[in-house]
Design a protein around this ligand. Structure first.
Ligand code: SF4
Length: 367
């Protein structure tokens, strides 16, 4: 089989209540799940299902769809029936869409507390309908949906204000005996996000949905999310994550999965261990690493593949990789677990790596 990863300590999860979002368990008894939100018009059932299929293939466990109109609400039963992953309805203003989402069989509903407050009389009814259907509710607080009573506090202590806002919204549901809640307190600043979730984790036992809001374009959003999630998840805080990037949802899911993989919270799919290159490099490492990544995308078992720019340090430095290549002099030294197995011309490197990987796979008894 594949070599074991290097030994390291495990992360103890913060104990939480447990929820079921359709077939996916959310809470400390369950693996941290990855979710995203579709960017299609929800009422366009075919386009939305197509995107749901794409994010599912990328590793998404739960998908959320926005429900801003009656047409979107009417699409929900069709989406729920055909989606391979649980569908969460995201509802901002209309309590009646909450009931429509529950009737449609949605696995959970996200409500915007700043808005639902205006429908205080509706909370009891929502709690009853959700309890009857065993549908959990996410309360998602961010600066835009802050409880107006927390605005002053927000100026000096934003993390405290987000938490106070979330807990007062919880109380509205708790009053009616409803506790199938998960909470998020997102902020665009990763440090505020970390502080807010740490405080929230102390003050309740609800499962937490991690997110950094408006995280931004790919690079910035990835760094912000990885920074905040890395700190929190390593402390055992966080039960489901959503990476918000101004990018296709597939990219958000890939980043979310990669963060969990980096923290040892999800089995690895593919890890490319490539050197940064230096003056010794005899190949375009960046270009070769990109070609290797593309060729191994979707390989059926997890692999660590090393791409090294020269033969000086190649196999030795990458001994913990399953397979790898050190390039030099128009050739590639192919190695398997630190031992050189053959040397091939540069244009055959990717092909040779795939062959070696296939041999490893066959030797380990298939996928
Ligand atoms: Fe430089 Fe070679 Fe190390 Fe890459 S493997 S960083 S090319 S010494």
């Amino acid at each position: 089989g594949m070599p074991a990863p290097p030994p390291r300590s495990t992360t103890a999860r913060r104990p939480t209540r447990q929820l079921r979002v359709g077939a996916v368990g959310v809470g400390s008894d369950h693996p941290v799940s990855v979710q995203t939100m579709t960017t299609t018009v929800t009422a366009d059932v075919d386009a939305t299902l197509q995107q749901i299929a794409e994010v599912t293939a990328a590793g998404c466990d739960i998908v959320r769809v926005a429900v801003p109109s009656g047409d979107d609400a009417r699409a929900l039963p069709h989406l729920v029936r055909k989606s391979p992953v649980p569908v969460v309805a995201d509802i901002h203003f209309q309590p009646r869409y909450v009931f429509a989402a529950i009737d449609a069989g949605c696995a959970a509903v996200r409500v915007n507390p700043g808005n639902i407050r205006r429908f205080d009389d509706k909370v009891a009814e929502i709690a009853r309908a959700a309890a009857d259907a065993a549908v959990p509710i996410r309360i998602g607080v961010n600066a835009g949906s802050l409880d107006p009573r927390q605005r002053v506090l927000y100026r000096t202590a934003p993390a405290e204000a987000l938490v106070a806002s979330a807990l007062s919204e919880c109380a509205l549901f708790e009053e009616h005996g409803f506790r199938d809640l998960k909470l998020s307190v997102k902020h665009h600043d990763p440090v505020v996000t970390i502080d807010a979730y740490r405080i929230l984790a102390e003050r309740c036992d609800y499962p937490l949905h991690l997110g950094v809001t408006e995280a931004g374009p790919a690079m910035q959003g990835t760094v912000k999310s990885a920074t905040a999630f890395g700190v929190l998840l390593r402390e055992g805080i966080g039960d489901t994550i959503r990476v918000s990037l101004t990018e296709h949802p597939v990219e958000q899911v890939k980043v979310g999965c990669a963060i969990l993989e980096a923290l040892g919270l999800r089995p690895r799919r593919l890890e490319i261990v490539s050197c940064p290159s230096c003056g010794r490099a005899q190949v375009e490492v960046r270009e070769l690493a990109a070609r290797v990544s593309a060729a191994f995308d979707g390989f059926p078992v997890p692999l660590r593949v090393a791409v090294m720019g020269c033969v000086v340090n190649g196999p030795g430095e990458a001994r913990e990789a399953d397979i790898g290549v050190s390039a030099g002099n128009g050739k590639g030294q192919i190695f398997v677990r630190g031992e050189v197995t053959r040397t091939v011309p540069e244009h055959r490197i990717v092909e040779a790596l795939i062959e070696e990987a296939q041999e490893l796979l066959d030797a380990s008894g298939g996928a």
